[in-house]
Design a protein around this ligand. Structure first.
Ligand code: DQA
Length: 143
């Protein structure tokens, strides 16, 4: 059974109450349950995690490499400036594992600083603007 780590960056634990007009009204627990339901349908072994810490996210990406797990990652604001997170993401794809970058909103339709992703160039693919459905599409893409 393929393993997938679904990683979420800063402030995503606040889903539901954080700018619901942008990120929707579903909370993080509900996101986890939808992801796990689809994971089961697709026959994937999935774990969902969230951290506000760059260090912790980097360690989880190292863990993905060591355990042979594919990654779905919403790097949140780190998307736009974290070169260390980018380098850790590159380790995943260089190891022959898939790494799908997901955004709930469409960053290209928002403030200018959100238009650039330092992660996309080392990702297998990017899904943005489809709400939390993006996570479910990403699992399908891995299969
Ligand atoms: C986000 C978009 C980022 O610009 C923002 O900083 C986030 C969430 C998204 O899912 O749309 O925290 O990654």
């Amino acid at each position: 059974m393929s393993k997938v780590l679904v990683l979420n960056g800063p402030n995503l634990g606040r889903l539901g109450s954080r700018e619901p007009e942008i990120y929707g009204s579903l909370n993080f627990a509900e996101l986890i349950s939808q992801v796990l339901e689809v994971a089961e349908q697709l026959g994937l072994d999935v774990e969902v995690r969230q951290s506000d810490s760059e260090t912790e996210l980097i360690h989880w990406l190292h863990e993905a490499v060591d355990s042979g797990s594919h990654v779905v990652i919403n790097p949140a604001a780190f998307t736009h400036y974290s070169y260390s997170l980018r380098d850790a993401c590159a380790l995943v794809t260089k190891a022959g594992l898939k790494l799908i970058e997901v955004h709930i909103s469409n960053p290209h339709a928002r403030e200018e600083f959100r238009h650039n992703s330092v992660i996309s160039a080392v990702s297998t693919g990017v899904i943005a603007g489809f709400g939390i459905k993006g996570y479910l599409l990403a699992l399908g893409a891995i299969v």
